[in-house]
Design a protein around this ligand. Structure first.
Ligand code: ZN
Ligand code: ZN
Ligand code: FE
Length: 751
């Protein structure tokens, strides 16, 4: 019997063809396998039982994430005499893009085996591990389409590459010390530093220096996390005074002094995606994550990271040291400066300046990709940032349609490209405030379109005309002559969660967020929306609006003043805040530059301001994170029953704010705020949801686990089905997916 098998899914760059080859040999089947535009194509002939065995094991035993296997009987008349891996067929691509993989266990064994020919080779990899997405120029995934192209395989590496019994059979990233990429070290003046780059980098860090380390998706700024001076210098260099910095440790055991790690978190840390995981603090490392409840930590994933820890451990042979506690803790934070994208090449890292040394290598990073950030929320993992290891793996939409390019929101930005019912949500691009980051956005869009071979037919964007993402979207649509559709910000938040859960039909969408432009041109952010898959929505409720304005988003004391004003306690504003209070009071009285906002984020700010937790923030969400940490530390309290009111769909927490203003204990106040917020939200949803029993949580405030967990539990107890962001972040990182869903929903509804 003879036939053609077509395999779809994430089947390129994961050792699938070598797997097929070995399987065919084992079952004595003849023919060939090759990558093609949609995945992998296999021509086979052999007896019927071997063939059916073959099809079975393609799915169950394969190293790839196979979505679909199609078998078509053919009779070509040609008889193959063996089984071969053939050249890939070129053409517009359609297979999934493989993510970057951490060094596998077998490669680690070799890396630290002094008798192995790849002993301490920083670019060791095999068919199961190594970078993929960040070195890929286009599909199909072949060496010549990656930045490994310029490294010509030496004799021994070529023999492995061509030997079906070898783990490196058709490993596109294969290399050794003789033929592979090389490390180099430069000083702050750009001069090469002689000697071993790894040992010299480690020495520098141990003496308090900052080293820019080229990793998988870009440069990190690294320093010894135990050195207070080094950490504070790194904060200066990065212009990041307080926002938490991520750590890297050799293993979980080395983190246990600092953080409580539960089993689910350990699994996340050790997973093949190697995200940064937010861990509940146990000890304090000064300057790393001031005031907040969690540390972000990750484990090594590139061979180079392992080499640094290995050097610090005294260069032991073998891998048993990797199970032992290691002293070294590194800060590993994306090398970006003042809102610019993560540096991917030496020139960018160097021009950002600030580092004392630059640990570089000559394998080009073709697309920037920051580390992913996750947390375990008690029941499920939750994304803070979906990037390396996950993006741009496709999410399945509940309906197919035109190819949409959705530009996101402009903050914590991602974009989303669709084909059929597959939505490719990009890696984190970040804030689009700088020209360099907008350029990086253009590059990333161009890269994803090219790799996937998609030409967008519709553009989606936020309603806000001043968002950089909106401007980029409109410019793009005009250049291509394709339509552009605006989607309201909080509607997009809700749609993002509907999309990832494949929801069709009506839902109540609870969007608790910073601010976004409303359909009425107002400033929204605490919204109850009625939505369905047809791409429309109605606003059935919102938070009571308080005067806010742009400055209030960075200065919680202004929101506190605004709350006091709304409570009719104007005189207290100047009593509390003196001269600056008087100015704000005058502005409030004359309604100058104080647009009202129903934002839930600003409610957190007002509470933090009134409790005296923080006056001015240095990063987004800081006030809410400090409040959450205080509430967690304090422990649960009973809600303030008279702390909220609902009238004509408007949820009013002003009474709660009034009580908080007179609370002397910030810990108790923070706990009371959370308890009453949850209680008020529960009441509000129940009062307004009518016959709809599905509730979708979305928006940046749901990064707060106290809120998402408690409210979720309470609504479920009341019989609601609650849907939360799990495969995407609840913050603006998910907006582009929601925009794409809304546009395709409208299209389907109109058809
Ligand atoms: Zn490997
Ligand atoms: Zn070699
Ligand atoms: Fe938002």
């Amino acid at each position: 019997m003879q036939g053609i098998v077509r395999v779809r899914g994430l089947v390129q760059g994961v050792g699938f063809r070598p797997f097929v080859y070995r399987l065919a040999k084992e079952l004595d089947l003849h023919g060939w396998v090759r990558n093609d535009s949609r995945g992998v194509e296999i021509s086979v002939e052999g007896n019927e039982s071997a063939l059916s065995d073959f099809l079975c094991r393609l799915k169950s035993g394969s190293p790839a994430a196979v979505d679909e296997i199609e078998f078509e009987k053919v009779d070509s008349g040609k008889i193959a005499r063996d089984f071969r891996i053939e050249e890939s067929r070129e053409g517009s691509a359609g297979a999934g893009i493989p993510p970057d993989f951490p060094v596998c266990a077998e490669c680690l064994e070799e890396l630290f085996d002094p008798s192995d020919r790849r002993y301490l080779h920083p670019f060791i990899s095999c068919t199961r591990c190594g970078p993929r997405h960040t070195i890929l120029n286009r599909l199909p995934y072949d060496r010549k389409h990656t930045s490994m192209e310029r490294f010509i395989l030496c004799g021994p590496c070529r023999r492995e590459y061509s030997d079906p019994s070898d783990r490196r059979f058709h490993a596109q990233t294969n290399s050794c010390r003789d033929c592979g990429p090389r490390l180099s070290l430069f000083d702050a003046g750009g001069k090469p530093v002689a000697g071993d780059p790894v040992a010299n980098s480690l020495d520098a860090m141990l003496s308090g220096k900052i080293v820019a380390v080229k990793g998988v998706g870009g440069f990190h700024l690294a320093c010894d996390a135990r050195s207070r001076d080094a950490v504070s210098r790194l904060r200066e260099v990065k212009r990041r005074p307080e926002k938490p910095l991520a750590l890297m440790a050799a293993n979980c055991r080395s983190l246990s002094r600092l953080a409580l790690i539960i089993e689910d978190e350990r699994r996340l840390l050790e997973s093949g995606e190697r995200p940064i995981v937010l861990l509940r603090k146990r000890g304090e490392l000064e300057g790393i994550a001031p005031g907040v409840a969690c540390f972000g930590a990750m484990l090594p994933y590139a061979a180079l990271h392992y080499l640094l820890f290995h050097e610090a451990a005294g260069s032991p042979s073998g891998t048993s040291w990797l199970d032992e506690e290691q002293e070294l803790l590194l800060v590993m934070t994306s090398a970006n400066f003042g809102g610019e994208p993560i540096a991917k090449g030496y020139e960018e890292a160097f021009s950002g300046a600030g580092a004392d040394l630059f640990l570089d290598h000559d394998r080009e990073i073709l697309v920037r990709c920051d580390d992913s950030v996750m947390r375990w929320n008690g029941n499920a993992p939750q994304f803070v940032r979906r990037s390396r290891g996950y993006a741009p793996a496709a999410l399945k939409l509940p309906f197919p349609g035109s190819s949409v390019l959705a530009f996101g929101s402009g903050y914590k930005n991602t974009f989303c490209l669709t084909r059929g019912d597959a939505a490719f949500l990009s890696q984190h691009v970040g804030d689009l405030g700088s020209a360099a980051s907008r350029q990086a956005m253009d590059e990333a869009v161009e890269h994803l379109e090219r790799v996937l071979g998609i030409e967008p037919e519709i553009v989606a964007h936020d309603l806000h005309p001043d968002f950089h993402s909106t401007r980029l979207a409109l410019g793009y649509a005009e250049r291509r002559g394709i339509p552009a559709v605006g989607i309201q910000h909080h509607h997009a938040h809700v749609c993002a969660v509907m999309a990832e859960h494949g929801i069709t039909g009506a839902v109540v969408g609870l969007a608790l967020d910073g601010v976004g432009l409303g359909a009425d041109n107002g400033t929204w952010g605490g919204e109850l929306l009625l939505a369905d898959e047809c791409g429309g929505f109605s606003r059935i409720g919102h938070f009571r609006a308080l005067p806010g304005g742009d400055a209030a988003s960075r200065e919680p004391w202004r929101m506190a003043a605004s709350a006091l004003y709304s409570l009719g306690r104007k005189d207290e504003i100047s009593a509390r805040y003196g001269r600056r209070g008087e100015i704000v009071r005058t502005m409030l009285e004359r309604n100058l530059n104080m647009p009202e906002t129903s934002s839930a984020g600003r409610l957190f700010d007002a509470a933090a301001g009134l409790l005296g937790v923080i006056d001015a923030t240095s990063y987004e969400g800081q006030a809410a994170m400090l409040l959450e940490a205080l509430a967690l530390e304090h422990g649960p309290v009973a809600p303030l029953e008279e702390g909220f009111a609902v009238e004509a769909g408007v949820l009013d927490f002003l009474p709660l704010l009034g009580v908080l203003s007179g609370t002397g204990d910030p810990g108790y106040g923070a706990a009371l705020f959370h308890a009453t917020l949850v209680k008020g939200l529960e009441h509000w949803v129940c009062a307004l949801s009518g016959s709809i029993s599905r509730v979708v949580f979305s928006g940046g405030c749901f990064m707060n686990t106290l809120l998402s967990r408690e409210l979720g539990m309470r609504l479920e107890r009341r019989g609601y089905a609650v849907f939360q962001a799990e495969k995407i972040p609840p913050n603006d990182g998910g907006i582009s997916l929601g925009q794409a869903y809304a546009v395709l929903g409208r299209e389907a509804a109109c058809a």
